[in-house]
Ligand binder design. Structure first.
Ligand SMILES: C[S@@+](CC[C@H](N)C(=O)[O-])C[C@H]1O[C@@H](n2cnc3c(N)ncnc32)[C@H](O)[C@@H]1O
Length: 413
């Protein structure tokens, strides 16, 4: 067992005091938005930590964005980023064409510097074109090594993680391709699209990452009226409320990295406080416009009302049980209205048989009553996109096992 000041020195030298490579995983189609967000994190880190060192080597790769920075800036990225699904910290890459080599490489990693003691991470293995291909066998070789390092070397650590008494889940990702293995730790824990806000959800919710990306593509500003007329659990309304107040997506949740030995709690608490202070959470003086959330389903509306009690930034959301086709939107000036729709579709909902005619009716309704509004409409396919007949452009993405398109643009232009 090591003495704690020597351990702290090792942490500083090896973990917190030097840059590492990270990877922000994002849904297909969102890498452009995600890369811009990484660049924004870099500016914020400079402001908040008054630290010249920020993010370098931002690379768009298949599946996400790679970047190099210090651990505390990557922690900030988890709090700030709305389009990433999770952020991974790269630990090692090496070649291994047999178990002996794999075990040697695993033993060479100072696991106790990365992971909390007395807990084994979940090990997720994927391999492709590698001599070591059996994922369970690979995980079984890694586990005892981690056990030795994490259970014997350090005394039990006390967990004090925002909003949860239990230690957050830890995951080690092992990816083998052509005998080359890449090891990463999941910093986020539960996926980042789980913002820790919704109390209950109704069926077929849109992922928060996608709602965030659509609202970003629409250049949502604090002056916009948001209409979310098929709101379900209210993903668009909740994301929009946070974006308009500049409240970071990770405000209400905890992360796996909060239990890591290299976690700089003081710096991150300082960052959270700075971000909260900068957010426009005081609705008193010049209130932001209401967010018009509507749904035919009374249960969905009741759940959303409950969720809105979570924080005062959500009190601008007005959930009402009503039919979108009866909705009369308020007048807007200068295109300062955003109407976002994720209509029921495809394999995930069964109540709609004639999906194309629903999209046709939606197109008619929007053209008649929402002229000049900026819109984002999730479509299950090209057919539904064309049925809208609004002359909009498309933003493709993948969600819930489906290739989807979002119709994006200004209505009546
Ligand atoms: C795919 S879900 C929307 C999910 C939502 N985006 C979320 O994140 O939870 C579609 C919703 O549209 C609602 N809906 C269907 N037809 C409607 C109509 N004519 N007017 C209002 N809501 C409607 C359904 O009740 C359902 O909640």
């Amino acid at each position: 067992m090591q003495n704690s000041s020597a351990f702290k020195k090792r942490i500083k030298r090896r973990i917190s005091g030097r840059p590492h490579v990270f990877f922000a995983v994002c849904p297909p189609g969102l890498s452009g938005i995600c890369a811009k967000e990484v660049a924004r994190v870099s500016q914020k880190a400079e402001e908040i930590f008054s630290d010249k060192y920020n993010i370098s080597n931002i690379n768009v790769l298949p599946g996400g964005i790679e970047f190099t920075t210090r651990l505390k800036t990557a922690c900030l990225a988890n709090i700030l980023m709305g389009s990433a699904t999770r952020i991974l910290m790269r630990l090692a890459t090496f070649k291994a064409d047999g178990f002996r080599r794999l075990e040697e490489q695993i033993k060479a990693i100072d696991w106790e510097l990365y992971l909390p003691s007395q807990t084994l991470p979940d090990i997720r293995v994927t391999t492709h074109k590698s001599r070591l291909y059996h994922s369970t066998a690979i995980a079984d070789r890694i586990k005892p090594i981690l056990h030795d390092r994490l259970f014997l070397k350090e005394p039990p650590r006390h967990y004090d993680v925002t909003g949860s008494a239990a230690p957050p889940p830890q995951t080690l990702m092992v990816r083998g391709e052509n005998d080359r293995f890449e090891l990463s730790l999941d910093m986020s824990g539960t996926p980042l699209y789980k913002r820790g806000i919704k109390k209950k959800i109704v069926k077929a919710p849109l992922r928060e990452t996608l709602a965030f990306a659509i609202l970003t593509r629409l250049d949502l500003s604090e002056n916009d009226i948001i209409a979310d007329p098929m709101c379900g659990s209210g993903t668009f309304s909740l994301e929009g409320a946070m974006m308009q107040c500049a409240l970071p997506p990770g405000t209400f949740r905890s992360f796996a990295f909060e239990a890591w030995p290299g976690f700089e709690e003081k710096s991150i608490t300082h960052a959270r406080n700075r971000l909260m202070a900068a957010a426009r959470t005081d609705m008193g003086v010049q209130p932001l416009p209401h967010i018009l959330a509507r749904d035919l389903d009374q249960t969905a509306i009741d759940h959303l009302k409950q969720t809105c009690t979570r924080h005062r930034v959500f009190q601008r959301i007005c959930p009402v049980c009503d039919d979108f086709f009866n909705m009369t939107p308020p007048p807007i000036k200068n295109n300062q209205g955003v109407v976002v729709l994720n209509p029921p579709y495809g394999i995930r909902l069964d109540e709609n048989n004639d999906i194309t005619s629903l999209y046709k009716e939606i197109g008619h309704k929007l053209a008649a009553d929402f002229k000049g509004w900026r819109t984002g409409i999730v479509c299950p396919g090209k057919k539904e996109f064309h049925a809208l007949n609004l002359g909009l452009s498309t933003m493709p993405f993948f969600h819930g096992g489906l290739d989807l398109y979002t119709a994006i643009g200004v209505i009546g232009r």
